[in-house]
Design a binder for this molecule. Structure first.
Ligand code: CMC
Length: 388
């Protein structure tokens, strides 16, 4: 029998064919459905990009209007789901709450298991994209010990999210348009990234033909980890720990000695630069114009400067990734670090669902079931308890 190919972490194994997102890691190119990420970040809205990822083409006005209308009108969650969330401990991690609440959604919509019915599938896609900001905002308010704020359907997707986070703390709260746009750009940049760990989790779970809520909950679980979406939270904690620009060289030495990783640096695919990091660096300036400069920015800039000239990082092709600067923006927008990965999960939902839809409609896809190289014992006789 031919031995299976040993490829831990699927570094060189394509698990699917996909027409959604194109990445050239050497050249630093990221395209959704062929459109460069730079052009989308400059010209489109998040819901337009979500439509593009899901349907393959940018929407016409006649297609966009009903899409936005549908998403906007599905933002509310069942009151029992609210009660479910209220059962979490006051110090529960928002990603843990989001993960469980999205999984719980499948119990509210049992018809979601009819994955081959395009109309049913489309409705679940709309529901999930619409409800993610609501669940994310509820998780945030829960940690703050504040009452949950219901969606305002007269606001845009991003502005509504901000309103659910902050409205009742500041009754007059009206999101600043520049901050709404900055968050919108971050949402666009995070919408999809081909076969990353969480997309792979969504596809693996989806390949069993389970409903999309359960599959996406699995993706949220994968995203929670510090080597994936949890990196933005880890970056902020790292910057706080470094505390001062003068401590940067000592910290870098520690990284080179293998004490810890420089969080927000390195990427499995990008070996030149991460185009999302370049766009975020620009957005940082726009946000700081409104909020004032985050003092941690200086530490981040010094880390980047030293690392980009240091042989250790150059040799291993380690550059800032999307998470290196995004945390600084999130913090300037007053999010606690625990919320950062939620801010990644909300927009990534459109990418996960686009991949789920592609998988469900791909006749070549099979249940995900990789091989292993077995390294354990072969047949041996049972040993009774008194002889072990
Ligand atoms: N700091 C220090 N050394 C590093 C780092 C880092 N951030 N990243 C990789 N290396 C070293 C690593 O120790 C190894 O060195 P050596 O060859 O001497 O053993 C070499 O670079 C290759 O690393 P790897 O772990 O084999 O690379 P990978 O492609 O498996 O890992 C990664 C990619 C993103 C998990 C890794 O670079 C990392 O842990 N970065 C820090 C966490 C982070 O920022 N994650 C966010 C990724 S982007 C957002 C997302 O997609 O979620």
């Amino acid at each position: 029998r031919a031995l299976a190919t040993y490829d831990p972490g699927f570094v060189n194994t394509a698990s699917c064919k996909s027409a959604i997102t194109y990445i050239d890691g050497e050249k630093g190119i990221l395209e959704y459905r062929g459109y460069p990420i730079e052009q989308l970040a400059e010209n489109s809205t998040y819901l337009e990009v979500a439509y593009l990822l899901l349907n393959g083409e940018l929407p016409t006005q006649e297609q966009l209007d009903p899409w936005v209308y549908e998403v906007t009108n599905h933002t509310f969650v069942h009151e029992s789901l609210k009660t479910f969330m209220q059962g979490f401990r006051h110090d529960a991690h928002p990603m843990s709450m989001l993960n469980s609440s999205v999984a719980a959604l499948s119990s509210f919509y049992p018809e979601a298991n009819q994955i081959k019915d395009p109309e049913v599938a489309e409705l679940q896609i709309i529901r999930l994209i619409a409800k993610m900001p609501t669940l994310g905002a509820f998780a945030y308010r829960h940690v703050q010990g504040k009452p949950y704020v219901y969606p305002s359907n007269d606001l845009s997707y991003t502005a509504n999210f901000m309103s659910m986070l902050w409205k009742m703390s500041e009754p007059e709260y009206k999101p600043d348009e520049r901050l709404v746009r900055a968050l919108e750009i971050l949402f666009i940049l995070h919408a999809d990234h081909e076969q990353n760990a969480s997309a792979n989790a969504v596809r693996a779970i989806g390949s069993t033909q389970v409903d999309p809520f359960t599959a996406v909950a699995g993706g949220i679980g994968a995203l929670y980890g510090p080597l994936h979406g949890g990196a933005n939270e880890a970056v902020l904690k790292m910057l706080r720990r470094i505390g001062d620009v003068k401590n940067v060289p000592g910290f870098i030495e520690g990284v080179k000695n293998g004490d810890e990783r420089l969080m927000g640096f390195g990427h499995r695919v990008y070996k030149n630069y991460d185009p999302r990091a370049t766009i975020i660096k620009k957005a940082v300036d726009d946000v700081f114009e409104v909020t004032g400069v985050n003092p941690l920015l200086k530490i981040a800039q010094e880390l980047e400067k030293i690392a980009l000239e240091d042989e250790y990082f150059v040799k291993r092709k380690l550059y800032p990734n999307v998470d290196f600067y995004s945390g600084l923006i999130y913090e300037a927008l007053q999010f606690p670090p625990e919320m950062f990965t939620v801010l990644f999960a909300i927009p990534r939902t459109s990418g996960w669902l686009a991949q789920w839809k592609e998988l469900v409609n791909d006749p070549e896809q099979k249940i995900a079931r990789p091989k292993q190289i077995y390294t354990g014992y072969r047949t041996r006789d049972f040993v009774p308890m008194n002889k072990r």
